[in-house]
Design a protein around this ligand. Structure first.
Ligand SMILES: Cc1cc2nc3c(=O)[nH]c(=O)nc-3n(C[C@H](O)[C@H](O)[C@H](O)COP(=O)(O)OP(=O)(O)OC[C@H]3O[C@@H](n4cnc5c(N)ncnc54)[C@H](O)[C@@H]3O)c2cc1C
Length: 310
């Protein structure tokens, strides 16, 4: 069985940053990804909030991070999903679709996925008006008409954020009241440019090069109508890719996010987690990078136990 100092599961912003630091600390590092390296940011048409890059496509940023990580000497296995972990002894066993590896430390960085609302046009217009991230894409719709789909905390926070940028924000929620913190609900009610449509669901997203209209339905009267919008922000929840961690005994919160302390330690010795898969409240490239670096240096301390940590 191949032996590594550290195995990083997930080659997104968190995992690649962790890899740069573990390799440069002298740790023999393997990074595994079920897809191609780069992670979720590859889906962003444009990124304008990652320091040092005033404007860069998500794909290019992901490629730069991947190349940087490879250049320092990390070994990246792409298209190799991790299926199972065994944390019984000092050494940790990582089973993938085609091999088993052994490591002294593990860093989980599998990210999360946004839930889709599942309507016609959603996939087609993703990145062309359909977005899952208000902070990421909201600034592209300054003064425009936007729609938010959802009724929980994320939908309300996104609505408030967008109300400061867009000309008009419409929120549609399939129930008759938000399921969100009271203060968020009060703040939304006070916004002059926000309209809320209760008992309303989205049926279809239409457009040409960009989103132009949506079909919505009142689920009580069953009446459909067309709404002209420039963007649709789907906020019906997100879920961490934490199943393999959970199955190995790593503690998660009630939503499945891996619980970490401020040093990115999980409840298991030598097992760390970073990025969107953790219960850190902010899900951005910058925070994933910072957490990846902390996890890497903590893994180094765990393996080498340097004198200044004793
Ligand atoms: C459309 C869009 C636009 C965005 N725009 C911005 C923006 O402008 N600015 C910003 O800061 N953030 C933005 N974000 C958020 C940003 O992409 C994430 O916060 C960031 O990618 C999190 O990095 P991560 O490394 O934690 O996870 P990810 O980048 O999601 O990487 C996780 C990796 O783990 C792999 N993986 C999962 N499970 C397994 C497994 N079992 N075995 C092996 N590999 C596995 C996945 O294939 C993936 O490559 C955007 C997100 C989206 C969806």
């Amino acid at each position: 069985m191949e032996n590594w100092d550290v195995i990083i599961i997930g080659a997104g912003s968190a995992g690649l940053s962790a890899g740069i630091y573990t390799v440069r600390s002298g740790l023999k590092t393997l990074i595994l990804d079920e897809k191609l390296p780069g992670g979720t940011i590859s889906d962003a048409s444009i990124v304008v909030n990652y320091p040092g890059f005033a404007e860069i496509s998500g794909g290019e940023l992901a490629e730069k991070m991947t190349n940087h990580c490879k250049k320092v000497g990390a070994v990246i296995h792409e298209l190799e999903p991790v299926t199972e972990l065994e944390f019984n002894g000092e050494k940790k066993i990582v089973n993938t679709s085609n091999a088993s590896y052994e490591a002294s430390a593990i860093i989980f960085s599998m990210g999360s996925h946004y839930k889709e609302v599942g309507v016609k046009g959603e996939k087609e217009f993703r990145g062309r008006g359909v977005s899952y991230c208000g902070v990421c894409d909201g600034p592209f719709f300054k003064g425009k008409k936007v729609l938010v789909v959802g009724g929980g905390n994320s939908a309300c926070i996104t609505t408030l954020y967008l109300s400061g940028l867009a000309g008009q924000v419409t929120v549609i929620h399939r129930r008759e009241a938000f399921r969100a913190e009271e203060s968020l609900v009060t703040d939304i009610a006070a916004k002059g440019n926000v309209t809320t449509l209760w008992n309303t669901e989205i049926q279809e997203i239409k457009g040409d090069k960009q989103v132009k209209t949506v079909t919505i339905i009142d689920n009580v009267t069953k009446q459909t109508s067309e709404l002209a919008v420039d963007a649709v922000f789907v906020q019906v929840g997100e879920a961490p890719n934490s199943q393999i961690a959970k199955a190995s005994g790593v503690e998660t919160d009630e939503h499945g996010y891996i619980k970490i302390d401020i040093h990115q330690h999980t409840n298991m010795p030598g097992v760390f987690a970073a990025g969107d898969v953790t219960n850190h409240p902010i899900k951005q490239v910058g925070t994933a990078v910072g957490q990846g670096i902390t996890a890497a240096l903590e893994a180094y301390s765990y393996i080498r136990r340097p004198y200044y940590k004793k």
